[in-house]
Design a protein around this ligand. Structure first.
Ligand code: ZN
Ligand code: ZN
Length: 372
């Protein structure tokens, strides 16, 4: 491959094909517990695509998993669900990919493919449980032997069933494309599901890795975008992403001025917070869509919804077909997140920067060749 992502592919190919798989794993809920280990991937089966990982984005969800916030984490844990790389081998039944193609994997690597939700290409809501890219037990037979814990993209190699692999255009820069596979689809899917179109008034709460993608995608579709953040610090940044308006929650006048001004709010904030101020910013029949994983229940003021037919809902990533559509949309329009590429040795530092939602408006992306 002759691309400009910093990889000298010709020099490493033979050596890397023989090389073991390296993985950066958390040994406990302590963010300082990351170690680089020898790991394994299952063999490339007839329907599988094997690839060298070039980049993997770091998502806030990785932090939840490493810290065991959902009380379900098994260690060692290899996080990462924004994988981008180049195909090194394909099984005999594979038709979409050939060696040398760019390939991505997002948040899931398998689902039952026979339930009503899989039938409508919403595998993320599979009635029998999707298999997440990391931290899931393999159960449906397409992600390696059943009963093993899946291993994510803080790694050097990946094997995935073709059905769950995303084609990346040859022109796609792999470092900036990787975060689209979670942050991009998490916003793109509800943006499509709620019919965002020119002139629609869309609020995006939180100007972090998810929020910036929401602002960029909604603006690209012609929406009138309002960024909502805690204070005025990110106003310039949000406007550089395409927001026309800005609400600082710490500024009462700013909040009051936004009353009943929005048709849709995409709430990307993960930290627990009061939804009521957001509900008040919605116009009648508006929708508040939760995307961040708030881990404790939040109160909803019924009168705010009953008298107005407003609705509150949620959304989780997007199906494989929608993810492919999102990649094609974003890459053809040059819509990418602002990123900071880091060595694997900086994973702990990057995760700590996310602890309080305190990120600088960039998505951290691991350069996987630094995993040894
Ligand atoms: Zn994610
Ligand atoms: Zn299913």
């Amino acid at each position: 491959m002759d691309d400009d992502d910093g990889w000298d592919d010709t020099a490493v190919t033979d050596e890397r094909k023989r090389a073991r798989v390296g993985g950066a794993v958390a040994q406990s809920a302590d963010l300082d517990s990351f170690e680089t280990v020898d790991a394994e991937r299952h063999d490339v089966g007839d329907d599988d695509v094997g690839f060298d990982l070039h980049y993997c984005g770091i998502c806030h969800t990785d932090l939840h998993f490493v810290q065991n916030d959902m009380h379900s984490t098994q260690y060692p844990l290899c996080p990462g669900h924004e994988l981008a790389g180049v195909v090194t081998s394909v099984g005999k039944n594979v038709t979409k990919f050939k060696v040398g193609d760019k390939v991505g994997v997002g948040c899931m690597v398998d689902s039952c493919l026979s339930c009503k939700n899989c039938a409508i290409d919403e595998e993320q809501y599979c009635d029998n449980g999707m298999t997440m890219t990391y931290g899931s037990q393999t159960t449906h037979g397409r992600a390696g032997p059943n009963g093993k814990q899946t291993m994510g993209g803080y790694s050097t190699k990946m094997v995935v069933n073709e059905r769950f692999a995303i084609k990346l255009p040859d022109s796609a820069p792999l470092d900036k494309t990787a975060p689209l596979l979670c942050a991009g689809i998490t916003l793109y899917d509800p943006i499509k599901a709620f019919g965002v179109k020119p002139g629609m008034r869309v609020g995006v709460a939180g100007v972090g890795g998810l929020g910036m993608m929401g602002i960029k995608i909604a603006a690209a579709l012609g929406a009138d975008v309002t960024a909502i953040s805690r204070c005025h610090a990110k106003e310039e940044l949000a406007k550089s992403f395409g927001a026309k308006h800005y609400v600082a929650m710490s500024d009462e006048a700013s909040v009051a001025a936004a009353a009943a001004s929005l048709d849709l709010i995409l709430d990307t904030v993960s930290a627990c917070h009061d939804s009521d101020p957001y509900a008040k910013m919605l116009d009648k029949r508006g929708t508040l869509c939760m995307l961040g994983l708030q881990l404790t229940p939040v109160a909803v003021n019924a009168t705010e919804f009953v008298f107005t037919r407003k609705q509150v809902t949620g959304s989780l990533i997007g199906g494989i077909a929608r993810t492919q559509e999102m990649i094609d949309f974003c890459c053809s329009r040059d819509i990418y997140p602002d990123i900071e590429v880091i060595d694997v040795t900086k994973v702990t530092t990057a995760l700590k920067a996310l602890v309080n939602g305190n990120d600088a408006g960039v998505r951290y992306v691991i350069d996987c060749k630094t995993i040894q």
